[in-house]
Write a new protein. Structure first.
Length: 336
């Protein structure tokens, strides 16, 4: 079986589900008084953006692509303050407080730490970052991510890839699986012929972040089931590329033992014969600070020994999954 997937997406607003995050901040003086009229510059993913703090010293940058950002604030008669290492996650808010001292020559640099609690967020679920996706010690598909989320019950467990190439069924908080939705960059792609299921398989290396929501979701979402939102990678002002190769074979796994109480009806268990996962990606600017591209290609060749025994030999289930992806992001104005 071969499954091919091609995304051609342009970054615009109005999607059915969040694909971005936000930064909210406040500028204050050393004595704690608020500072209006402070120029705040944001740099990171995409083109730089600039805003000015309001009468209460507040500012915000909304609808930001997932990634790491830096803030610089400056005001005549005061020094400058820089805040680096601000992580933006999908459907999450980062709160930042910056302090300016009444000294033109003085500069303050602070490295941000992730807040323990997002006080602006409602809902339950899990968010999985790129670092976690890259280092997941198991099979590489969205169903494996779902089985890690609190409150999600799966009909099978994919251990190291012994269930790869198959779609698992799942429920959460008593809601039927047919009410689940699949989203890519905020666009609902759920299979209309099999409600609640994915219409295809995916190149796992294409994803920047995944968001699983199990309750208290955005009121724009029409169903009460599990919401999986997968955000794909995007180009930036730097040309970057990478390749990958993962190999798993039967020699890397222990021989599973069948429990004595199951031997009457179970003669064999699913085992990996061989899995190869390889691909490449590249991205960068088409027009610096205005237009970016990202493209990727990946393939999984999966061979699993099933529980079916034919003529004394175990059936070898072979699956090939191919993913092709292309994404364009545009930012015509610095305030977009």
């Amino acid at each position: 079986m071969v499954a091919a997937l091609c995304f051609a997406l342009c970054a615009v607003s109005g999607y059915a589900q969040f694909q971005t995050g936000n930064i909210f901040g406040k500028i204050q003086a050393k004595d704690g008084s608020v500072l209006p009229g402070v120029t705040v510059t944001l740099t990171g993913v995409g083109a730089p953006q600039q805003t000015v703090s309001d009468a209460l010293g507040n500012f915000r940058f909304i609808s930001l692509s997932p990634g790491t950002y830096s803030l610089r604030s400056e005001l005549a008669g005061y020094g400058t303050a820089t805040r680096s290492g601000i992580n933006v996650r999908i459907a999450q808010n980062s709160d930042v407080t910056m302090t300016l001292n009444p000294s033109v020559a003085e500069s303050i640099t602070v490295t941000a730490e992730a807040p323990l609690l997002d006080v602006r967020k409602t809902g339950t679920g899990a968010d999985v970052s790129k670092v976690e996706l890259d280092n997941i010690p198991s099979a590489r598909d969205p169903w494996v991510i779902l089985q890690q989320a609190p409150g999600v019950q799966m009909d099978r467990m994919n251990v190291g890839g012994n269930m790869s190439g198959q779609q698992s069924s799942y429920v959460s908080k008593g809601v039927s699986g047919v009410q689940s939705t699949w989203n890519v960059d905020g666009v609902n792609i759920t299979d209309f012929a099999a409600t609640g299921s994915s219409p295809t398989y995916y190149d796992f290396g294409a994803f920047e972040e995944m968001q699983i929501t199990t309750g208290g979701t955005d009121p724009r979402i029409q169903t009460a089931g599990v919401q999986l939102n997968m955000v794909t990678k995007r180009g930036t002002n730097d040309f970057r590329g990478s390749g990958r190769l993962f190999h798993t074979s039967s020699s890397y796994q222990a021989t599973p033992k069948i429990p004595s109480e199951a031997k009457s009806y179970l003669k064999a268990v699913n085992q990996i014969d061989k899995i190869d996962d390889y691909g490449a990606e590249i991205g960068g600017p088409i027009w610096k600070d205005k237009l970016w591209f990202w493209g990727g290609w990946g393939r999984q060749k999966i061979a699993v020994l099933s529980t079916t025994i034919v003529a004394g030999a175990r059936f070898l289930d072979k699956t090939t999954l191919t993913g092709e992806n292309l994404k364009l992001n545009a930012q015509p104005l610095p305030s977009n």
